[in-house]
Design a protein around this ligand. Structure first.
Ligand SMILES: [Zn+2]
Length: 276
């Protein structure tokens, strides 16, 4: 029952992510304030990205509308990217996986944190798609994410007597990850990573929750980045195909948030076997 609800909520919020990404980009390229307001996420009806025709309820059913129309707009017949149904389905899957592998107890604190996490996933997914498209992490999305992560941290801290070491570790994790990116940004003059990655680094470092998790996050992101970029490098496409780092960081964040504790205990177990 909960899973069915999560699939439905995930599909709808996936649809929201698509609109959020598109509107944020339209706003960033809008020349006048009037145009900018027109594309505000809080106003106006959903519209076709090509002909700007406002969409009716039957055009807005996640995945199904896209399938029914075979990926074309009902009004102008231009093709609508497969990104739309893929993002919607991915959100539904992420919500279910988060519920099934939720690392905390489902008391009232755990349930509250779970709800905030669902919101955090909306922003992570939006940043993922945005970075993939335009190689940019917009401040409006990163700061909203930072706000939600802050809220998540406060709920966690307020739920028990915060241990000094725990808080220190939390701050250290965020500073370490953001700091590493800041350093890379300074050294390369913004060539290796962008300023958005630095700000994202602080947010996801805080979300990772500890120094060891931040190190794990960076390791997983680099590993994913290498695996995906390697074929491009081997084909000599690296120069023309710059690969954004954000999507790897975001994927690693979700993995560490949900599975960080299990991964850490797993390789500590390996270390133990190796030593004795
Ligand atoms: Zn259209």
């Amino acid at each position: 029952m909960i899973l069915v609800a999560l699939v439905l909520v995930g599909l709808c919020l996936g649809s929201f992510v698509n609109a959020l990404v598109w509107r944020t980009h339209q706003q960033s390229t809008a020349k006048t304030n009037k145009k900018r307001r027109e594309f505000s996420i809080s106003r106006g009806r959903s519209m076709c990205p090509h002909c700007k025709h406002s969409l009716a309820a039957r055009d807005l059913v996640p995945v199904l509308s896209w399938l029914e129309l075979r990926g074309r707009c009902r009004y102008c017949n231009k093709s609508i990217s497969w990104q739309y149904p893929v993002v919607e389905l991915s959100m539904a899957v992420l919500y279910c996986v988060s519920y099934l592998y939720w690392p905390y107890e489902f008391g009232w604190v755990g349930a509250l944190q779970f709800i905030v996490w669902l919101g955090i996933l909306v922003l992570l997914m939006a940043l993922f798609v945005y970075d993939l498209h335009w190689m940019l992490l917009p401040n409006s999305l990163v700061y909203t994410l930072l706000g939600l992560v802050g809220l998540q941290t406060i709920i966690g801290l307020a739920s028990g007597v915060p241990d000094v070491w725990f808080v220190l570790n939390l701050i250290l994790g965020s500073i370490a990850l953001g700091g590493v990116f800041w350093l890379l940004f300074q050294v390369s003059g913004g060539a290796w990573i962008g300023g958005g990655d630095v700000r994202l680094g602080f947010a996801i470092g805080l979300l990772a929750g500890s120094l060891i998790n931040s190190v794990l996050l960076l390791f997983i992101a680099s590993l994913l980045g290498t695996v995906v970029s390697l074929p491009l490098i081997l084909q000599g496409k690296k120069a023309s195909h710059k690969v954004p780092f954000g999507p790897f960081l975001i994927t690693a964040t979700v993995i560490v948030y949900l599975f960080g504790a299990s991964i850490n205990s797993w390789y500590q177990g390996l270390l133990f076997v190796a030593v004795f």
